[in-house]
Design a protein around this ligand. Structure first.
Ligand code: SF4
Length: 250
């Protein structure tokens, strides 16, 4: 385990984590879809989205990043330097996975990396890296980050893993860049997402709905979103797949 002190940035040693890939592209989803973004993909996730008791299969977009030891082991300074090499100092940085907050080393890495980015560019719109997280890991107390928080619906087979206190944290901090994402397999999933939104009073959050590829059409989901009429909801299609197909590094 590494030892570091966030309050005065005295670092005895930096956490190292396995990084699956780092690349520069456009954000594919959510309220920043289309925005130039540097992606840092951390390896390892122990959820298996799409795998259900009735025999349905994994739908994860990044199966190559599920193993915790895949990719290259790098510390915060090394990743920071690689990001800087793209020469895009003001643009969005996205920490994704795998699951970037699973395990103490990855949490420390994300906290320290985000603090370092924020110190360098704290007056810009994208001063805080965006963390794309699967809804199982606690996020309260993590500073200098904005969140894309998944809520895994029944069709994912992972709903029982959700850490529901995260909703309270996001509701109370009122950061207009935070978003909650629902990946929808079918109509039953969509109805469950509406229940969750009402139960946890999420109506003022940015709410994203994405269809599961080959199982739910964007057109059907668009109709359901229109009928539900929640003001901050939006259809979120995967722009990178529309532009470049289903491949890595874009
Ligand atoms: S949480 Fe994300 S990385 Fe993990 S299995 Fe689900 S989609 Fe894949």
């Amino acid at each position: 385990m590494s030892h570091w002190k966030q309050s005065d940035t005295v670092f005895m040693s930096e956490p190292s984590v396995h990084i699956s890939e780092i690349f520069y592209s456009l954000s594919g989803e959510g309220i920043t879809a289309g925005v130039p973004t540097v992606f840092v993909r951390l390896s390892g996730c122990s959820l298996r989205c799409g795998v259900t008791s009735d025999g349905r299969k994994l739908w994860c977009d990044t199966p190559y990043a599920l193993g915790p030891n895949t990719g290259e082991k790098m510390n915060v300074s090394e990743v920071f330097a690689r990001v800087e090499q793209f020469g895009v100092a003001e643009t969005q940085i996205l920490l994704s996975g795998g699951e970037p907050l699973e395990g103490e080393d990855k949490r420390e890495f994300c906290a320290l990396f985000s603090e370092r980015v924020w110190k360098k560019r704290h007056n810009s719109l994208f001063s805080s890296p965006r963390i794309e997280t699967n809804g199982r890991e606690p996020i309260s107390g993590l500073e200098h980050m904005v969140f894309t928080l998944d809520y895994k619906l029944p069709g994912s087979g992972m709903e029982g893993e959700m850490f529901l206190e995260n909703f309270t944290f996001l509701r109370e901090r009122k950061n207009s860049l935070d978003e909650i994402k629902f990946v929808v397999r079918d109509r039953k999933d969509f109805e469950r997402s509406l229940e969750v939104i009402h139960s946890y009073q999420l109506q003022e959050m940015n709410l994203l709905f994405s269809p599961v590829e080959k199982e739910c059409t964007g057109a059907d989901l668009a109709d359901w979103i229109k009928a539900a009429g929640i003001p901050n909801s939006r259809l979120s299609l995967q722009l990178h797949k529309i532009l470049w197909g289903n491949k890595r590094g874009v």
